[in-house]
Design a protein around this ligand. Sequence first.
Ligand SMILES: N[C@@H](CCC(=O)N[C@@H](CS)C(=O)NCC(=O)O)C(=O)O
Length: 215
Amino acid sequence: MSELILTTYDWVPPPPRGFVRDLRVRWALEEAGLPYRVECTPFRDRGPEHFAHQPFGQVPWLTDGELSIFESGAILLHLAEKRPALMPTDRRGRAEVLEWVIAALNSLDLPSQPWALFRFMGLPGEAPEAKFVEDFLTARLDRLEAVLVGRAWLAAGRFTVADLLMADVLRQVDRFDGLAKHPACHAYVARMTARPAFLKAYDDQMAHFAAADAA
Ligand SMILES: N[C@@H](CCC(=O)N[C@@H](CS)C(=O)NCC(=O)O)C(=O)O
C-alpha cells in the first residue's frame, strides 16, 4: 500500500484550531488504523504548488501514491473505500453512508457555516440575515433531531464515515451552543467526539499548531 500523506497548514491563528478540516481526515485515518504522515503548506504564502493540489488554496489534501485528492468529503470517501470500518461494502450499507455523507456536506453544512460565521463575527441575532440563517438551520436541526432520537447511528446501524462527517459539521454549531434546543443532536456530537480516534486527531491537530507557535 502506498504511503498516505495528509497536508495541512504550517500554522493557523488560534480561533480555528481544533476545527481545521484536516482534523476530520486525521479522525478517519485513526478510526481506520491507516498509517499516515502529516506535511505542511504555508498558511501565509499560498503558491502554485498549493493551488496545484487544492485549487482554492485551502487545506486539507491527501496524497495516496500517484493520487492527490482535495475536498475533505472526497478524501473521507476515498479512505472509506479502503476500510469497512468506515463504510460497509454491501450495496444498502454503502448507499446509506453516501446519502448521509452528502446530507452532512450539503443539507446541514449549508446553514451551519454561515450560522457559525455570524456567531463568530458577533452579528446580532435580530439582524435579518442572522434571523434567516437561524431559521434555516433550526428547520434542518429539527428534522435531524427526529432521526437521532430514534437511533444511535446515521447509516448501516453502526459507526461509519457518515457519523464522523455529520458530527464534525455539527461541532461548529455546538461550539457556539447552537444545539441547546436539540438534545439528541447535542448528545450525538458528544458521543462521537468521545471516541478515542477523535480525541487523538484533535490532540494531534492542537499539538501541530502549538509546535508552530513554539518554532
Ligand atoms: N470544502 C473544503 C473546505 C476546506 C476549508 O474550508 N479549509 C479551510 C481550513 S478548515 C481553509 O483552508 N481556509 C482558508 C481559506 O479558505 O483561505 C473541504 O471540506 O475540504
